[in-house]
Design a protein around this ligand. Structure first.
Ligand SMILES: [Zn+2]
Ligand SMILES: [Zn+2]
Length: 395
């Protein structure tokens, strides 16, 4: 009987691996994970040399594939980008024997080798071969991201013109797409060049620090930071005073009044928002211009009132931050909230106005939270469920 193939033995080993990992104590797990990665990377090394031979032989054409990349995509569960990268690695290794050896030994990872291959693609394998030993040495102590930095510097030294041309190509690929609203969501996707990305990240990082009791995910905080940046850049001052961006909403008086069965508000820029959102946006009318349809127009513009800058300043001087619970968000992150909505006759005067940060303002309107004043004069948040049971008790 023929001995089982190495692949069969590896598969057998992988079958046994989870059970073996389960027997390790927590302190031993880290080392086992490192060795697991080594096995995966050495597998990639074998895969790369196989791919190289497969491409040279043209055997992939036997399956009707037009290229080895296409064959890998349809047979090896790889995306087009992942397949192309593996072929690039396979081709580069043919010219970089030291890298091939280090890869096969497990001294460098697949991602390291992909960086080397990309560099070879940019400046030619002959140039990379001259510094191959020092790049490999760097790879042993650097993660692939750091190695990319070293490789980019090297590319720049070799060929500043090529590095510039590559940066210019990257710059040309920049775009931003903002989708039409769908199911209450707008999808963003896009590419920025390195400089644009750095500016965006710096600006977002500054605005996405978690507040007290902040339970938003990093992704949610990043999204809020982006919207806040835009809010402030479209005409608002950093202090929140002065003219602020206008969001033009078409809404009927019934929507503003919260009448059951009223239609949603329509944003002039596209999409619709629920009535309660219209009421929140209208709450601090400096944010928003509400327009009605036809004969309602006069009635709405008569009813809607903006908060005069002097009143806003007085509310800020009194509250100094979002009033909800122990929230510490400063005035520039807040809206002015009418305790009794102006559509219900609440006056736009100091006693009826409080500062609420955008999260808390949203909670109070769309999520049904209540505000109740405690003995110490601070406003506490009342969860929706307690409000309902309080209503039930009083009924
Ligand atoms: Zn409000
Ligand atoms: Zn708040």
């Amino acid at each position: 009987m023929a001995a089982p193939s190495p692949l069969a033995r590896i598969k057998q080993g992988l079958d046994d691996l989870p059970g073996w990992l389960a027997t390790l104590c927590d302190a031993e797990l880290g080392k086992a994970l490192i060795e697991t990665r080594e096995v995966i990377d050495r597998g990639e090394a074998v895969f790369a040399s196989g791919v190289r031979r497969f491409e040279k032989s043209g055997q992939y054409r036997a399956d009707g594939a037009l290229s080895v990349i296409a064959w890998l995509r349809s047979n090896c569960k790889l995306s087009g980008g992942a397949a192309a990268e593996r072929v690039e690695v396979a081709r580069a290794l043919d010219q970089l024997p030291k890298t091939e050896e280090a890869f096969a030994r497990g001294d460098v990872s697949y991602q390291h080798v992909a960086v080397m291959a990309r560099t070879a693609d940019h400046v030619g394998t002959a140039a990379v071969r001259k510094v191959e030993a020092s790049l490999l040495q760097a790879a042993e102590t650097m993660d692939p991201g750091q190695l990319t930095g070293v490789a980019k510097n090297f590319e720049h030294r070799i060929d500043a013109a090529a590095a510039l041309a590559e940066a210019n190509r990257a710059h040309e690929r920049r775009y931003l797409h903002v989708s039409e609203p769908m199911d209450g969501l707008v999808r963003l996707d896009g590419l920025l060049d390195t400089e644009g990305g750095a500016i965006l990240r710096t600006a977002l990082n500054a605005g996405m620090l978690p507040g007290k009791d902040d339970d938003r995910t990093p992704g949610q905080r990043r999204a809020d930071a982006l919207v806040d940046l835009c809010r402030r850049k479209t005409g608002g001052s950093a202090t929140g005073a002065g003219p602020r961006p206008h969001l033009v909403i078409r809404a009927s008086l019934e929507t503003l009044l919260g009448t059951p069965g009223a239609s949603a508000g329509e944003l002039e820029a596209g999409g619709s928002v629920p009535a309660e959102t219209v009421r929140r946006l209208a709450c601090d009318a400096a944010l928003t211009r509400i327009t009605g349809r036809g004969e309602l127009e006069a009635e709405i513009s008569h009813a809607s009132r903006s908060i005069p800058p002097s009143t806003r300043r007085a509310v800020e001087a009194r509250d100094r931050r979002c009033v909800a619970g122990s929230c510490d968000r400063p005035p520039q992150w807040t809206d002015v909230h009418h305790l009794q909505h102006w559509t219900q006759g609440g006056p736009t005067t100091l006693p009826n106005l409080v500062l609420l940060c955008r999260r808390h303002h949203r909670m109070v309107h769309e999520e049904g939270w209540g505000l109740r004043r405690g003995e110490h004069g601070r406003w506490g948040l009342v969860p929706p469920i307690q409000l309902i049971s309080a209503h039930a008790r009083s009924a």
